[in-house]
Unconditional design. Structure first.
Length: 118
């Protein structure tokens, strides 16, 4: 059974940094894209970042503007999202996801809350 377990969320102040982790298990992810999405209260879920398991190139949502970096550690089956210069608008539940492409995610984690205070 595929499991994606996020961690690293929390309450931070504007301008702070935070690193989210997503531990993947239950299958081989070598042909999968791993990604991060977020959903704020009253808003639709939006794409944050994605990376192929066998690539180092990250893809990002337009709002990221160089503040976030996605990376992965294949030995640990873990994907990270390093976030810098956080603003209150980044407040959301952040979800880890896996799929064949970043547009067709099949597996989702339970989410981790990120709250940025002003």
């Amino acid at each position: 059974q595929v499991q994606l377990v996020e961690s690293g969320g929390g309450l931070v102040q504007a301008g702070d940094s935070l690193r989210l982790s997503c531990a993947a298990s239950g299958r081989t992810f070598s042909s999968y894209v791993l990604g991060w999405f977020r959903q704020a209260p009253g808003k639709e879920r939006e794409f944050v970042a994605a990376i192929a398991w066998t690539d180092i190139t990250g893809y990002y949502g337009d709002f990221v503007k160089g503040r976030f970096t996605i990376s992965r550690d294949n030995a640990k089956d873990t994907v990270y999202l390093q976030m810098h210069s956080l603003v209150p608008e980044d407040t959301a539940v952040y979800y880890c996801a896996a799929g064949r492409t970043r547009f067709t995610m099949q597996y989702w984690g339970q989410g981790t809350q990120v709250t940025v205070s002003s």
